[in-house]
Ligand binder design. Structure first.
Ligand code: BTN
Length: 266
């Protein structure tokens, strides 16, 4: 079944979701994040989905594999007050909302969050989040929240040989209704993002800690030109990753790509 605005609207009504989402569904786009940036600013919350992306983007300039009519490629634009510090925690709140959605639908077993915002199942990537900030002349910052969730893709046809990934279909052996997953996700985001705006990351931390896949592990965090190694000791209230080095000093890491493995060429 294709994505359908009427079906998602009806489900959102059924879930009593009050957020004024404006759904824009397309057959094909270069990237839903790119498209939503071009929309004029309005008072609603635009949500853009595409059946396929021809230039789907991931973090660190990676390609996000986006085959047709299989998965969810979705971007939302959400306004935040410019004074709001610590938007860095937003990625974790989106990952938290994805986890809640998957649990609600009965798919949450063996899943967790790999800081800063990947959802993994048994070490394989199920979903990724790409947040970009648009600074406008008004009082608000517009956060472009891009979510890619692998739903019905066949992982045997995996073109991303360097990064193992997985889909809900490969885990559960049955095709899933993307409209329903999307409606549950949007309704979850409509609860969790306002909660983050009001209370920041603190109320999310206990559950995030339970789902933190890195905690207690020896990891490497890559940034553009360098990397840090140490033991992950959890996530702080500003969304930073606490990393203990070999001398016992704790470093707060604000961004990066975390890995449990040391690549051979380092
Ligand atoms: C990552 O894990 O590197 C982030 C992946 C984000 C992919 C989504 S799919 C919808 C939106 N449009 C894009 O081009 N990227 C994000």
């Amino acid at each position: 079944m294709l994505l359908d605005t009427k079906t998602v609207h009806a489900l959102l009504k059924q879930y009593d979701c009050q957020t004024p989402f404006h759904l824009h569904f397309h057959d094909s786009l270069d990237s839903t994040n790119n498209w939503i940036k071009t929309l004029p600013i309005t008072n609603d919350i635009p949500v853009c989905c595409a059946e396929k992306q021809t230039q789907g983007r991931g973090r660190f300039g990676r390609v996000w594999h986006s085959p047709e009519a299989e998965n969810i490629y979705c971007s939302l634009r959400w306004p935040f007050e410019k004074e709001m510090q610590q938007l860095s925690g937003l990625g974790l709140v989106i990952a938290f909302s994805l986890m809640k959605t998957l649990k609600q639908l009965g798919y949450g077993k063996n899943m967790g969050i790999k800081w800063p915002n990947d959802i993994l199942w048994n070490g394989q990537k199920l979903a990724g989040i790409l947040i970009e900030l648009l600074i406008t002349p008004s009082k608000t910052i517009q956060a472009i929240i891009g979510i890619g969730l692998n739903v019905n893709s066949d992982t045997k046809n995996n073109p991303l040989t360097d990064r193992e990934w997985i889909s809900l279909w490969a885990i559960h052996g049955q095709k899933m209704d993307r409209n329903q997953i999307l409606a549950v996700l949007l309704s979850e985001l409509s609860k969790q993002i306002p909660r983050f705006i009001e209370q920041r990351l603190t109320p999310f931390l206990p559950e995030i800690a339970q789902w933190d896949l890195l905690k207690g592990k020896s990891i490497t965090v890559f940034q553009n030109t360098h990397y840090f190694q140490g033991k992950a000791c959890g996530i702080a209230s500003d969304g930073t990753l606490m990393l203990e080095d070999e001398t016992g000093n704790i470093h707060a890491i604000a961004s990066g790509d975390a890995s449990l493995k040391m690549p051979d060429n380092l």
